[in-house]
Design a protein around this ligand. Sequence first.
Ligand code: FNR
Length: 341
Amino acid sequence: MADFEPAALEVLPHAVYEFIAGGAGDEITNRDNEAAFNRIKLRQRVLRDVTRLDTAITLFGQRLPHPIILAPIAYQRLAHPEGEVAAARGAGVAGAVFIVGTTATAPIEDCLAESQSPVWFLLYWQSDRSFNGELVSRMAALGAKAISVTVDLPTPGDRRRQFRAGFKMPDSIATPYFKDRNTGVLNVGTAQKRAMPTWADIAWLRSLTTLPLILKGILDPDDAEQASGTGADAIVVSNHGSRNVDTLPAAIDALPAIAERVAGRIPIVLDGGVRRGTDVLKAIALGATAVMIGRPYVYALATAGAEGVAHCVNLLRRDFEMAMALTGRARIGEIDRSVIW
Ligand code: FNR
């Protein structure tokens, strides 16, 4: 997985690479997201029958062949001319859920049409409350299988690397859009202003849609509990790839206390620093049902489009299967805390 980054570095403009790679502040959490996985050691068990490995999970009643999800990443046409459409296609081929965002730079309809796997919609809350409802209904009509709301970004973080590199959104891809059924193109970027939802907005959205509702960006057990109490169907334990505020805990370090508090009431997805099969194993062992990857698949997209994305997911899945076999766990259900040393 790590090899995609230097490959992408060769093809991406420097400022775009900095936009993707960078974290907030001094990047202490950015480094720790990966380092924290490295600190966790595994316990291997031997002489178990691992000839048949099963990586399948069930999430919201949907059976998924493996627990690897592609995190929402804004502005993917920065990385590849086809952007989100290529990522959706690659995800589909590799059996991964793709989360297309409000900040998509390719038509969202095409992403849903291109993927053979479920596509979820990531809502960045917009200033007009009812417009959020409209977006969600439209996504439901298009076939999105879940709605995820980013809850951890009241204001953009201090991302110094992209600032120093002079990153500027090219005009051609600055504004996300949907193809409107009647009028052609509806430009979300100019029609609306991004705003921050509160718990009351989440409760309102909950009452509006029957689709599974996922809150992305939870790091505190109290918030996790409130999410469950507000009717969320899942949470994503995430520090937003460390792009918001520095010196937050690594995502994997925040997971155990949240899993303990949630106590299985709703599934937990984890992202931030997942780079190897053993990371997937550790996340599941510590209470996650699934993981999301961000930067690695964008580097793969930059390097080789849809094929790169599929290859990225397949590599991680194969690495995860190897980690399962070598620790003596044939099925996801056998991965619990006893896998951790
Ligand atoms: C993101 N992330 C993000 N999250 C979100 O909720 N909405 C978004 O639009 C974006 N956009 C975005 C752009 C870029 C360039 C990056 C790197 C990240 C965060 C993303 O969904 C995810 O939480 C992290 O990327 C996961 O960490 P890793 O796998 O990149 O370490």
